[in-house]
Design a protein around this ligand. Structure first.
Ligand SMILES: *Cc1c(COP(=O)(O)O)cnc(C)c1O
Length: 419
C-alpha cells in the first residue's frame, strides 16, 4: 500500500486539487534522473523548472555548499556581508555584458522582478520625475505569481480580469514582430511615456507564457524604442539566463545592454532558492544622495543566503570548467533532429527549437491528466502545460537520455494520448 501520510495537508501549485490525481513522490535524484518512492526511475526532461542545468546532485556544488553549511549557513545581510555574496556579485557583474554592476539579492524570481519594478519606479522619483509609475509589458509574457508581477504577465494567463481591482493596471502591448507592430508600439510609448517607468520583457523566449520565440532583432529594436522615449528596459532573464538559449544570457545575441536584469532559476544550478536583480551604473547612481528617502527600501530576511550564494558560485565554476555552451549547442541540434518527426503527428501545430529548449505545440491538449500519465508510463518526467509539450533538459544530459525523451514525446503524441 502506498504511504500517503501528509498528502492531505499539502496544497499543490497550479493544481485543481479536486480533479488532479495524487502527485508522485520523489525520493532521490542523480544526474538527469528522478527516483520515485514506488521504485520507478524517470528521465527528467525539464530540469526541475529549468533550474538543474548541471544535472542533479553535482558533487562540486555539494562540496561548496557543505563547506559553507559548516562555516555559516546564514547570517543577516543588513549591516553584514559575507564572502559568498561578494564573490558571486563580482562574478555575475563580470559575466553580464555592459555596465551592469550592482547586484541586489533576493530569494525568488518573482521577488527579483518586484525589486526591478521598484527600482525603475523609484529611479524616476529620485530624478524628480513624478507620475512615472506604470510599466509596459507584452502579451505572452510571464514574470511571476505575486500581485505586482501578475499584473505584467499575459492578461489571460495573469488572470487580469478575474483579479481586476486587486492588480495594478499596467500597459500590455503586443510583442512587435514587424514594421506595423513596431509603429504601434512606438505610438503607445509616445502616448504614455510620461507615465511609464520601464518596459519589462523576457529576451528571446517568452517561457511560461507559451514558449514563444522572437528574434534578437526584435529585442534590439525594442531597446531603440526605450532609448527614443527615455524609458528604462528591464530584461527578465530568469528563464533564459545561464546558457538556456545558447549564449550565457539571451540579450547578448542582440548586442544590447538592458538597464536592469533579473536572474534566478539556474542561478544556483537548481539547488537552492536565490535570485538577483542587477542594475546598470546610471540606475544605481540615481539612488545616491544625502537623503535616506532616495535609498532602495527593500530587504528580504533571507536575502543573499550564504548557502545559496555558495551554490551559485559553484555553478559558475562549472560553467567555467566544463563546456556547457557546447553541450547546449549539441542538445539543440539533437532536439531539432529528433523532434522533427512530431510535425507529422495529427494535432501538432508547430515544432520549434532554440538552444536547449524543444517545443511541440499542439492544437489543444484535451486530456492533460491522461497525457501526463502516458509520459510517466514512458519513464520520463515532462510537464506539458496549456497546449505545449516541451523539453528543457540539463546541459549535461547524454545523447541517449535525450533520445529517450524525444522518443517518449513522439510515442505519446503519436498514440493520441492528449485527446
Ligand atoms: C519562473 C519565472 C519567474 C518567477 O520566478 P519564481 O522563482 O517562480 O518566483 C519570473 N520570470 C520568469 C521569466 C520566469 O521564468
Amino acid at each position: 500500500m502506498a504511504d500517503n501520510r501528509g498528502l492531505s495537508h499539502i496544497w499543490l501549485p497550479y493544481t485543481q486539487m479536486q480533479t488532479t490525481p495524487a502527485p508522485l513522490i520523489a525520493r532521490r535524484t542523480k544526474g538527469c534522473t528522478i527516483d520515485l518512492e514506488d521504485g520507478r526511475t524517470l528521465t527528467d526532461g525539464i530540469a526541475s523548472w529549468w533550474t538543474a542545468c548541471h544535472g542533479y546532485n553535482h558533487p562540486h556544488i555539494r562540496d561548496r555548499v557543505s563547506a559553507q553549511l559548516i562555516a555559516m549557513p546564514h547570517v543577516m545581510f543588513g549591516g553584514l556581508v559575507h564572502r559568498p555574496a561578494l564573490e558571486l556579485a563580482e562574478r555575475l557583474c563580470a559575466l553580464l555584458p555592459g555596465d551592469l554592476e550592482r547586484v541586489f539579492f533576493t530569494d525568488s524570481g518573482s521577488v527579483a522582478v518586484e525589486v526591478a519594478l521598484k527600482m525603475a519606479v523609484q529611479y524616476w522619483l529620485n530624478k524628480g520625475q513624478r507620475g512615472r509609475t506604470r510599466l509596459l509589458a507584452f502579451r505572452g509574457g510571464y514574470h511571476g505569481d505575486t500581485i505586482a508581477t501578475m499584473a505584467i504577465c499575459d492578461p489571460d494567463e495573469g488572470m487580469h480580469s478575474m483579479f481586476a481591482g486587486a492588480l495594478p493596471e499596467q500597459i500590455i502591448a503586443d510583442l512587435p514582430r514587424d514594421d506595423a507592430s513596431f509603429k504601434a508600439l512606438d505610438e503607445t510609448l509616445a502616448a504614455h511615456r510620461h507615465e511609464i517607468a520601464a518596459i519589462v520583457m523576457e529576451p528571446l523566449v517568452q517561457g511560461a507564457g507559451g514558449m514563444l520565440f522572437h528574434s534578437p532583432e526584435v529585442l534590439r529594436r525594442i531597446r531603440e524604442l526605450a532609448d527614443k522615449h527615455d524609458v528604462l528596459l528591464i530584461l527578465d532573464e530568469i528563464f533564459t539566463g545561464f546558457g538556456r538559449t545558447g549564449t550565457m544570457f539571451a540579450y547578448e545575441q542582440a548586442r544590447i545592454v538592458p538597464d536592469i536584469v533579473t536572474l534566478s532559476k539556474a542561478l544556483t544550478g537548481g539547488t537552492m532558492a536565490l535570485a538577483a536583480t542587477v542594475a546598470r551604473k546610471h540606475v544605481f547612481d540615481a539612488f545616491l544622495s544625502d537623503s535616506p528617502m532616495h535609498a532602495l527600501m527593500h530587504g528580504p530576511t533571507f536575502m543573499a543566503n550564504p548557502l545559496a550564494c555558495s551554490a551559485a558560485c559553484a555553478s559558475l565554476d562549472l560553467f567555467e570548467r566544463e563546456p556547457r555552451l557546447e553541450q547546449v549547442a549539441a542538445i539543440s541540434a539533437q532536439l531539432a533532429a529528433e523532434l522533427a518527426v512530431c510535425r507529422g503527428v495529427s494535432g501538432v501545430r508547430d515544432v520549434r527549437v532554440l538552444g536547449a529548449i524543444g517545443v511541440v505545440e499542439l492544437d489543444e491538449i484535451r486530456d492533460m491528466n491522461r497525457l501526463k500519465a502516458a509520459l510517466v508510463e514512458e519513464e520520463v518526467w515532462v510537464r506539458p502545460f496549456r497546449n505545449i509539450v516541451y523539453l528543457t533538459p540539463a546541459f549535461t544530459m547524454t545523447s541517449a537520455e535525450l533520445s529517450h525523451l524525444t522518443g517518449a514525446v513522439h510515442n505519446v503524441l503519436a498514440a493520441g494520448a492528449f485527446r
